[in-house]
Design a binder for this molecule. Sequence first.
Ligand code: ADP
Ligand code: ZN
Ligand code: ZN
Length: 801
Amino acid sequence: MYPLAEVIVDVPTMQTDQPFTYLIPENLQSLVKKGMRVEVPFGNGNRHIQGFVVGLSETTTLDPRLKSLIRVLDIAPVLNEELLALADYMKETTYAFKITCLQTMLPSVMKAEYKKTILLLDEKSVAADYFPANGELDYDEAQKNGVLPQLMKLRQEKLVDIRYEVHNKNRVKTIRMVNSLMTEDKVAQIRDTLRKGALRKAQLLEILAQQKEALPVKYFTELGITTAHLNQGAKDGWLELFETETYRDPFAEHEFETTTNFVLNEEQAAAVAKILAAYQQQKAQTFLLEGITGSGKTEVYLQAIQQVLADNKTAMMLVPEIALTPQMVERFKSRLGDAVAVLHSGLSKGERYDEWRKIERGEAQVVVGARSAIFAPLENIGLIIVDEEHEATYKQEEAPRYHARDLAIWRSRYHHCPIVLGSATPSLESRARAQKNVYTLLPLNQRANPNAQLPTVEIVDLKDEYSQGNMTSFSKSLQEKMRDRLAKGEQIVLLLNRRGYSSFMMCRHCGYVLDCPNCDISLTLHMDTKTMRCHYCGHEEKIPQKCPECGSKKISYYGTGTQKVEAELKELLPTARILRMDVDTTRKKGAHEKILTAFGEKKADILLGTQMIAKGLDFPDITLVGVLNADTALNLPDFRSSERTFQLLTQVSGRAGRGQKTGEVVIQTFNPEHYAIALTKSQDYERFYHQEMKMRHEAGYPPYYFTVKLTVSHETERQAAQKSFQLARQLQTALSPTALLLGPTPSAIMRIKNRYYYQIIIKYKHEPALKPLLAQILTESQIDQRKGLYVSIDNEPLNFI
Ligand code: ADP
Ligand code: ZN
Ligand code: ZN
């Protein structure tokens, strides 16, 4: 019998989804497992490349053409059975290459190779025979010498261990007594050898004599015991210095006060009960927790998770981008304690790797994380939560273009456990599924804090302000209210909407926005060509000099920056203390949290920021929220612009009046009658949902239609265009007449880094031929890749531009 490994290789020029078969040499046979990374020879030149073992098999006849594995890169599988199956699902649904899916699932530091050293733990055991005097062996060296299988067996007997070094930083120098079971007599003997007056050394000796565990060097240096003292002790032979692996804990310096459960209100209790009923029955039921802002969704998550943990099961909670919601981490850690591992992009690579290791080793029972945390190697899952399920950041914008919500649902099926999608403003897709009872709707219609009321919302028409000569960013009403809050010592949040910033033309006199004559969508300004263009049908026209509607010359692109607004604000309210939160002030790690903490501690009166302030803020003294420009997102050439505008305005309005004092919201807009803005006045998601569904139905958009976007790119515009037209013809012939093709048209930013992009959007209801066709297009595109022509497929794209 010859053992074989099926390997998905990482070949950038000719990516392939078929595994290649390699022979496993005898000395590696006990080491290779499914889900490990290996090094294999590839191609004629016998280049060495990496790959993932996705299967093991045996054969009786040896094919002489088979090549052998060179090296095993991992000690244990980095992907378990579940994650390997998830990679298959992801490949099927996102039209990505298999290797891309596999690589996406690992934390980024693992993509770079890390160094592994085998350590001798007991020098008196048989294991010592394998080691040089210092008791350390290089892992690769051991593999080459063929002794690795034996050492791995000794590892199971705990005679040796393996140290991983990632970025060489997860090691701390520690000290302990040479013999931790030292008798008092022996300690007294050593004490006698110390010079009189060697107080520090005596102190060091006493500490070590009482302490069986190793202590970090830092502990001693803080007591004034220097490294010279330590080294001397080591030289004299009564202490030893060595390095141990530690977790880099991003929250090490942070104290979490423990909090206790709230008594749930009726709606919350009903929601928890239904979730737990599904959990008890091991039902992969999908719940949509639709709760107004401040209705206590988090409390529902926490209490449901507690029950799951009590059964020794685990739970996973996804949040849009945790860096934006330090308060959420706080709430989880303070309630659930050390069981919580946190994964998000705000952590250093090393920290993220360490959190991943904790999960992999079963030391964390709850994972809280942003999009890619969906790949956490958590086992035995009893509950999955996707908070703010409508957020676009759950979708990855590069291959594999997965939506974390879909993968979360897949994992809930795998574990036969319920999943909760939570939002105050669910995506139309999810809400429509709840309508059809595919998902179970759990409504929370009251604010959880019994004293907190929904804020009152005033909508200000900026056209009136301009016509009355107010050219500032602040309407009269907002100015008045800000002065009032400053006098009362209450806090203010101001949102400057950056989405769609200055990309569209609007008349300041009549509010007219330049749209495409063929589509219900505004035209996008292209500064490079000085034209207005439609991204759906390709229509193009010159930038107008005057308003086509009223003839006014006050037509311009609309938008303003946070810095400019801050300056304006200082002039208007010279005594106000202002904090600004935007990309510029939050570039540094932890800057976000600092700003929010300062605001929470009332070190400022006004928090001025972009979208990032809309979520998660839960401060009782915010009694006024101002939205300076509600329309910008509304004018984006994307059918979801109304949905996004309504979501943003509802979210940010929800920051007001969460404590005892009632909140007020002022929304400034040029389109006060637009339903996405008008309906925020009553915070009426349900009405918005019904109205928006009508629009989607009439215009033929999701959730009534499915969508796919194909993008073609090349160095020359001609080739990109040609290929996209060829694909369009191919699609047209294969699909039924009910499928609609939009395009080909140049993409919103047609040229990026000197490449030209063309796109096609397909809208369809039922096209059995589509999936195989797209898979075929993707496979065939590999040939074009050699000519520098790339085709990418985005299933259910969230961005149409
Ligand atoms: P959401 O996530 O739905 O916007 P939160 O979970 O932030 O709402 O809850 C809003 C506030 O109400 C928080 O300060 C929370 O501590 C509080 N809260 C939650 N549940 C209860 C309850 N049952 N009784 C009293 N206060 C509660
Ligand atoms: Zn006009
Ligand atoms: Zn158009």
